[in-house]
Write a protein that binds this ligand. Structure first.
Ligand SMILES: N[C@@H](CCC(=O)N[C@@H](CS)C(=O)NCC(=O)O)C(=O)O
Length: 200
């Protein structure tokens, strides 16, 4: 299934998404392994730059920041802030996901670290209450700390992004009364808002 999206915001570029079937192990097939030898999603192919492929979510957001966020809207120019952004990004990629996969206690510990970090600030990195940056974009889907994820979830681009790529499948699945999903109420509410706004 392919989707295209064009945004009016200067920092976004048109893109097309391709859904693969993880249940059928599409991600382990030779054509996919040619893009990501680790056989996992997400991956991107940048047609603006000679079909350059990037795998690993952390590497992907940094790639976007480097090539498509020239004004540092979602990243930082200051060396120390940039380092902090990388620290939280690596924390997410190395820590949270590993914890989720392997150890419940480790996951709880990592979440409580995030909670502590977010005391008195809105986002993980940046002066004052912080700035919505690559560090948050990457961590948001894994760590759904209530207030923080609500704040990020209110962003128009995030709302639209969450409906990509398998909007129809998600809606059908979540509308099923037998399906229990912590994300369900939130998703349906956002989905209706997007529908009203964009007439989708
Ligand atoms: N460290 C990787 C992890 C990616 C990952 O775990 N992807 C999962 C889906 S969220 C996947 O592809 N699972 C299928 C598999 O492992 O075969 C990243 O952040 O990109």
């Amino acid at each position: 299934m392919n989707h295209t999206n064009q945004d009016t915001c200067s920092t976004t570029v048109p893109y097309k998404t391709i859904s693969i079937d993880l249940g059928a192990d599409d991600q382990k097939k030779p054509e996919f392994l040619g893009i990501n030898p680790n056989g996992r999603i997400p991956v991107i192919i940048d047609h603006n730059r000679n079909d350059f492929p990037v795998f690993e979510s952390g590497a992907i957001v940094l790639y976007f920041a480097e090539h498509y966020d020239k004004d540092s809207k979602f990243s930082f120019q200051d060396a120390n802030e940039k380092s902090k952004m990388l620290q939280w990004l690596f924390f997410q990629n190395a820590g949270i996901q590993y914890g989720i996969d392997r150890y419940q206690n480790e996951t709880k510990r990592l979440y409580s670290m995030l909670e502590k970090r977010l005391k008195g600030r809105d986002y993980l990195v940046g002066k004052g209450r912080g700035k919505y940056s690559v560090a948050n974009i990457s961590t948001f889907m894994w760590a759904r700390l209530k207030e923080w994820s609500d704040r990020i979830g209110e962003r128009e681009a995030v709302k639209r992004g969450l409906l990509v790529p398998r909007e129809e499948d998600q809606i059908v699945r979540l509308r099923d009364p037998n399906v229990e999903d912590p994300f369900k109420g939130w998703f349906m509410k956002r989905q209706n808002e997007v529908k009203e706004k964009h007439g989708k």
